[in-house]
Design a protein around this ligand. Sequence first.
Ligand code: PGA
Length: 245
Amino acid sequence: MKLQIHDTYAAMSAAAAALVMDTLRAKPTALLCFATGDTPRLTYELLAARIQEEKVDTSQCTLIGLDEWLGIPPENEGSCDYFLHHYLINPLGLKPRQVHLFDGLSDDLENECAMMNGLISDKGGIDLALVGVGMNGHIGFNEPGTPVDAAAHVSALEPITTQVGQKYFMGEQPLHSGLTVGLKQLLEAGQLIMIANGEKKAPVLRQMMEGEISNLFPASLLRQQVNGFLLTDSAAATMLTTQKE
Ligand code: PGA
């Protein structure tokens, strides 16, 4: 894993956007898996602006959503679907055939997962996944204890995830479960880029980097990955004693 500690959230976001740009240039047909949340907002704004300014071809790439809340409709501003449309899909004019997001309202969740698994395997795996990290070390909705060989699945969410998740919504929501791309698919991605900023993530990064490598803290698995990147700002890195690689 490569660790990059940037001075600011803006610098971290610019570096993450640059990695995505490199992938899009090297492989215009790339399969990109994108997280939602507060962390990647600026990365996506910078990415969309650079793609437009530098006229990078996005007509052949495929974008998949990392996860989705069960029971939340796509028109809800807190849904992952709404977020990805707002920051990337609409600004870049991606066509419906290029985008695959979990349907949090589906009455056939097995099929939702099977469709995502089929798409990822048809494309030969994810080329680049950009993820955040939860307060319990989750990646997407791969909560602590998720098997490392998990493909897309329905995940029962821990109380910390459903409590923190309320911040995305206008009013209190009945959050309990989610759909997520699996740990195996993320760990096998060509590049797995995690971004984390702000002092509240400092203890999370400490456990990730200096605690036991275990699926009980999924983010720690990234440490073993040659395809792994952790990009942080200095506030999130204050508790790290490990050296930059
Ligand atoms: P955040 O969420 O970017 O809003 O901090 C991260 C996550 O839960 O994965």
